[in-house]
Design a protein around this ligand. Sequence first.
Ligand code: TNX
Length: 532
Amino acid sequence: KSIIVLFLSALVFSCGPKGPSLDERGLIPLPKSVSSSNSSFELTSAASIQLIGDQASLEPLAQYFNQTIKRATGFELKVGEGEGQIILELYGGALDDESYELEITSSQAKISADSPAGIFYGIQTLLQAFPSQIFAPMAQNVNWIAPAGKIQDDPEYPYRGSMLDVARHFIGMEDVKHYIDQMARLKLNYLHLHLTDDQGWRIEIKSWPKLTEIGGKTQVGGGEGGFFTQEDYKELVRYAQERFITIVPEIDMPGHTNAALAAYGELNPGINLPDGDLSTVNHPGEESEIDFTSKMITREPAELYTGIEVGFSTFDTDLELTYQLVDDVVRELSEITPGPYFHIGGDESHVTAKDDYIKFVERVQDIVQKHGKISVGWDEVATANLLPGNIAQFWAMEDNAALAVGQGNQILMSPAKKSYLDMQYDSTSRIGLHWAAYIELDSAYLWDPATYSSNIKKSDILGVEAPLWTETVENRADIEYLTFPRLAALAEVAWSPGSSRDWESFKGRVAQLGESWEVQGIQFYKSPKVAW
Ligand code: TNX
């Protein structure tokens, strides 16, 4: 009997896959199809990376793989055209084709794709197939075994994004890069930077230097604030680009402009109430407690503002100087933004008269188009005539989304009740707001952009974006607490078809992703819904 046990265990040991099979690994977002086979691939220091196809496009991808695994494995794999165990094969088809195939056998792992982006996503999936310690920043004593099988994958939506509000609290270069790294793991491809708001102007504009000199000086709570120079911004663009992430800059206007009005008093219309009084305005469903009217004086610099209430500031939409500023800002920023989109804000302009608001949005869209970009705006912009191809970002008002769809424009889905990373998980969350909802992990996962609003069909949707507003977010630990694990849920909502998504399956896979956050020192929220 004991001989049989010995024999059987020897058999299991030598032939069976060690650890989970490929379809049991914590792959997030879930690939379109995963089939497991009964063997595994071990990566050793003797392996090399074989590049098939355009070498110039493939080299940086091989370097990215090497860089990523170097600290945990200690390996520096040779890269070249000769036979290798990690194979990257670029067919050179359409650049916007993000699909890839990954085939892992006992002797090799091969990624094939039409575009470099596809290869990059294949690399992300392959990394997730290895033990989670592969992401550790220091040497690990682990056998680097990935279960064998075959994956075919491509994303449901072409725009899969997240937003960082660097205005309420400034977020520095290192933290933004760290965020970009984590976005890349989840196959997100757009980072929207909310660069300006009442509390701060965070991007250098050479022709209007006081925007940052004065407008960048403080932040919510009165801290020192900060801003990106144009060189900083270019570096972020490049860093993101290397990870197949496109930066979308936002200049929020005509409301949310107090910092600019503090810098250039000649732009300040003072308070410009259309009808009614300010005590009724704030986020949807919330009342304001502050009377701002006493603080606003026409053509005098506004006071810098460090509170968190919204809706009290506006550009003067009748003033030509306003459009000169907008033109200069859009021009300077478009010149250093290779991506197609320019976000013009447009939300919560509670003190801009409706006609003035529409006139302003339409004029700003023309300016953006003149500088070669496509406008994106928060859903309120759909009350104006949108230019063809412009995008409305749905966050609160389904009626606005319907207006955009009615005009033939596409929607970026960011419903506050599901995708807002600044919402608290529950009433005990240590930071965050809850004006839209409490959003536990299951709630962030369990929705479908294509059926969320009866006004918005699948074909109307450009993609999904998860914004992190930072009124209550002061440092990297705060960013991580609100972002993870929910960003993983939202990445899967954006990448994987609704029909394949399953909460029970996600729960198991996100626990494995948790291991990789753990080894990276990411301080994520340990949702009680998951057995971490
Ligand atoms: C609403 S969402 C805002 C932001 C706030 C956020 C806080 C949107 C377009 N406007 O100004 O930061 O709520 O959750």
